[in-house]
Write a protein that binds this ligand. Structure first.
Ligand code: DGJ
Length: 673
């Protein structure tokens, strides 16, 4: 809900938070409140605080989220309020506010956008710049928004870090009195960081305390500068781009940033995750209600060594255990028999598939599964027909050596002709063989990219995916960048799920999934059961353990089923069937992290608890206490039939797990009566 109470004061309310913007005496919009809900009377009593998008000049010495240079080399903005617009958004529970500003002297208009969606606790914020003059303006930085948290004695920063095969590792550290920069300069959102941030006063727990957070809907380079100043105030400014990348805003041109959405919770880190998951499921995902099928993916089973007969055999085994979608990964096209050739040639390898893909697709369909393919449309191997025909399509700079990563170069997706080519090839592929699913991979960062490339490249990736989805409404898309290198709200807004990490070792996956789930919901989290010992780590875990970990997301099978014995296949069939029973609860329910080794999902009367102990216990652990149940309710254990009291499950919990290695458990309860 957006209230306009008096000139220069705006109150935005979500179901459990409020945000107040006030014009300061200098004309700049300032944050007066971000926290619990307020009445208009209370909002009116608040003084303006820090700027909503601080620029340069005047007595500004902190992070400048807006940095511009006019033709005469003057910098900064002196704000002038032009007015505002409110689109009430229909049902009174939401809306879109635009505060219109301009520079007092130079021909630059700035719109600050605020949007609240029905039932959501997220406030989406972004910025539009317009050059209304006759000369270009140089933009050195244009953040989507700056977020200010109320002053507290202390602050703690939560974010994720990692690398390939180790994405989303949660780090919680005291916030230094300094500027802390979380960033990606790689052209994708990154394995080493993820474009979100949380602050608390150092006292929040999983279910108590105030937490402030924001996540950026952008899949390219980004930067969030978290600032704790010498007056003890804290906040952050963030948006696309990284330092050194500039834009030229020509006369009449506009620059719109991606949304940088903020969520406040007084119910700890768990409360923050609940709000993000609800928001993503209701307002970000393109097809939130679509059932995420149980996938088989061929990558770990066969890598590049693909044949039609072998894929057919895998499909038969996959169908036998209940898989719903068979995906053939890398190695099916052009001359792609290894990492060095073929990328860009999106037709079936004529030696491996002499009659095209149709025989395999038909076989898969006859087995009752849908068929999907791996693609990496943004990349090209120098040894490919595409590169030989269009060497000029590659991202490179004059007088600079083109860097190859994984023997591949990037296509310059900022060029519309390249994006059109990609769309046409993918459209043809999907149409020709009735492809139900594309895994869209991206295996290398940007290297030789000019200023003009970074943003239009990502916009064209988005445009190609959006066009494909519009032309093929039933097509599902999985976002991937060597695992979780491009998992962000920008990608989630146009895909059905994300490939979380190439590390499929279930024991290590627990921490990766823990970090992924801080913001992004389980229905988007691709999770495969693979072989033991694990292909990458060599780690050994029981089959049930691997399943129980992967069942916490969108389950897939990625092992070489030809090497699984009859007992493994029988057990897998049983576990896939169990997963299908709990899938609506895992994907649609509230997720509570009960411990770093257990998670609970609750949807109406249904409760699912998954717990895993990868290593031998060295200390006694407390019982697993469930959350969010009806204390007066009675819950039936679906395996034993035992009736348990909600109050006791929450205060006394489940019996302690066995202290052995590789122990895992799936428990289901249903509220009765
Ligand atoms: C990286 C992905 O993360 C893997 O799952 C697989 O698709 C390979 N690329 C194929 O090259």
């Amino acid at each position: 809900m957006i209230n306009y109470e008096e000139p220069g004061l705006w109150l935005l309310a979500t179901p459990s938070s409020a945000y107040v913007v006030r014009l300061g005496p200098d004309g700049a919009p300032r944050c007066a409140h971000w926290g619990p809900r307020l009445t208009p009377d209370q909002a009116r009593a608040l003084p303006p605080g820090r700027e909503e998008l601080p620029g340069e000049g005047g007595e500004r010495f902190g992070v400048a989220g807006l940095q511009v240079r006019y033709g005469d080399a003057v910098r900064g903005v002196e704000w002038r309020h032009l007015g505002h617009e409110i689109d009430p958004g229909g049902d009174g529970a939401a809306g879109h506010l635009v505060i219109r500003m301009a520079d007092r002297h130079y021909p630059l208009e700035i719109d600050l956008h605020y949007r609240v969606r029905p039932g959501s606790d997220a406030i989406d914020r972004w910025t539009t710049l317009r050059n209304t003059g006759d000369e270009p303006i140089t933009i050195l930085r244009c953040d989507s928004a700056a977020w200010t948290v109320p002053q507290r004695e202390d602050y703690r920063l939560t974010h994720v870090t990692g690398g390939w095969g180790a994405e989303f590792q949660v780090r919680r550290t005291a916030l230094a009195t300094a500027e802390t920069v979380l960033t990606s300069r790689r052209g994708h959102s990154g394995h080493h960081a993820n474009p979100w941030v949380m602050l608390d006063a150092g006292d929040a727990t999983e279910d108590h305390g105030e937490v402030w957070s924001a996540a950026l809907a952008w899949s390219g380079s980004w930067r969030i500068t978290v600032e704790r100043d010498h007056d003890g105030r804290a906040g952050w400014s963030g948006g696309f781009g990284h330092e050194g990348v500039t834009w030229r805003l020509g006369p009449g041109e506009a620059l719109e940033t991606p949304a940088f959405s903020g969520v406040y919770s007084a119910e700890g880190f768990g409360g923050i995750s609940h709000r993000w998951h609800d928001h993503v499921r209701r307002h970000v995902l393109p097809e939130p209600r679509r059932v995420r099928p149980v996938v088989f993916n061929s990558w770990e089973a066969t890598e590049f060594d693909i044949s039609q007969a072998q894929q057919m055999e895998l499909a038969e085994l996959a169908a036998g255990i209940g898989v719903e979608l068979f995906v053939m990964d890398d190695g099916w096209f052009g001359g792609r028999t290894g990492e060095t050739a073929g990328l860009g040639d999106w037709w079936p390898n004529p030696e491996r598939f002499p009659d095209g893909l149709t025989p395999l697709v038909e076989h898969v369909k006859r087995l009752g599964m849908a068929f999907g393919l791996w693609v990496e449309p943004e990349s090209v191997n120098p040894d490919s027909e595409l590169y030989r025909t269009h060497p000029e399509w590659v991202l490179r700079q004059p007088n600079r050596h083109p860097t190859e990563v994984r023997n591949q170069l990037l296509l310059d997706f900022s060029r519309d002709d390249v994006a059109d080519w990609a769309y046409d090839r993918l459209d043809e592929l999907v149409t020709g063989d009735d492809i139900a699913f594309l895994k869209w991979d991206m295996n290398r960062p940007f290297t030789e990219a000019g200023d003009e490339v970074w943003v239009p490249y990502i916009r064209n990736v988005y445009a190609v995916i959006d066009r494909l989805r519009a032309a093929h409404p039933h097509l599902m898309i999985e976002g991937c960048a060597s695992g979780g290198g491009r998992a962000d709200l920008g990608m989630i807004a146009r895909t059905d799920q994300i490939w979380t990490s190439d590390d499929t070792d279930a024991a290590q996956r627990i921490a990766i999934q823990h970090g992924y789930g801080q913001i992004y919901p389980a229905c988007t989290m691709g999770a495969w059961v693979t072989d033991s010992p694990n292909a990458i780590t060599g780690g050994r875990t029981p089959l049930a353990f691997r399943f129980h970990v992967a069942m916490a997301g969108a389950l897939g099978i990625g092992g070489d089923l030809r090497r699984w014995g009859p007992e493994d296949l029988e057990q897998a069939k049983h576990l896939v069937a169990r997963y299908k029973e709990i899938r609506p609860v895992v994907h649609g329910g509230r997720m509570d992290r009960l411990a770093d080794w257990a998670v609970q999902y609750t949807l109406d009367a249904d409760v699912v608890v998954l717990s895993w102990r990868p290593t031998m216990l060295v200390r006694a652990t407390a019982p697993l206490r469930l959350r969010g149940l009806d204390p007066d309710g009675r819950y039936r254990d679906e395996d034993t039939g035992e009736i348990c009291h909600g109050a006791l499950l929450m205060s006394h919990g489940l019996p302690r797990p066995w202290p052995f290695e590789g122990v895992s458990e799936l428990k289901r309860f249903t509220r009765v009566g």
